[in-house]
Ligand binder design. Structure first.
Ligand SMILES: Cc1cc2nc3c(=O)[nH]c(=O)nc-3n(C[C@H](O)[C@H](O)[C@H](O)COP(=O)(O)OP(=O)(O)OC[C@H]3O[C@@H](n4cnc5c(N)ncnc54)[C@H](O)[C@@H]3O)c2cc1C
Length: 59
C-alpha cells in the first residue's frame, strides 16, 4: 500500500486524507496544534462544498 503524509489537519488536509484513504492510500495527518478546538466552530457549507459533503456521505 502506498503511504502519504499530509501536513495540516484543517478542512483541506482532512478532506484530502478522506479521499486518499478511500482510494487505497495509507494516510497520516500531522497537525501542529496541540489539541482540537473544544469550543466548537461554526460551519457554513455552501456552493461546491455542498457537492463535496454529499459525496462524502456527510450531508
Ligand atoms: C473567523 C473565520 C471564520 C470563517 N468562517 C467560515 C465559514 O463560515 N465558512 C467557510 O466555508 N469558511 C470560513 N472561513 C474560512 C475557512 O476557515 C478557511 O477557508 C479554511 O479553514 C481553510 O482550510 P485549510 O485546511 O486550507 O486551512 P486551515 O484551516 O488554516 O488549516 C491548516 C492547518 O494546518 C496546520 N498547520 C500549519 N502549518 C503546519 C505545520 N508546519 N505542521 C503541521 N500542521 C500545520 C494548522 O494548524 C491548521 O490546523 C472562516 C475563517 C475565519 C478566520
Amino acid at each position: 500500500m502506498q503511504t502519504v503524509l499530509i501536513s495540516g489537519g484543517g478542512i483541506a488536509g482532512t478532506a484530502l486524507a478522506y479521499w486518499m484513504h478511500r482510494h487505497g492510500y495509507a494516510v497520516t495527518v500531522v497537525e501542529r496544534a496541540a489539541a482540537p478546538r473544544l469550543g466548537g466552530q461554526a460551519v457554513d457549507i455552501r456552493g461546491v462544498a455542498l457537492d463535496v459533503v454529499e459525496r462524502m456521505g456527510l450531508l
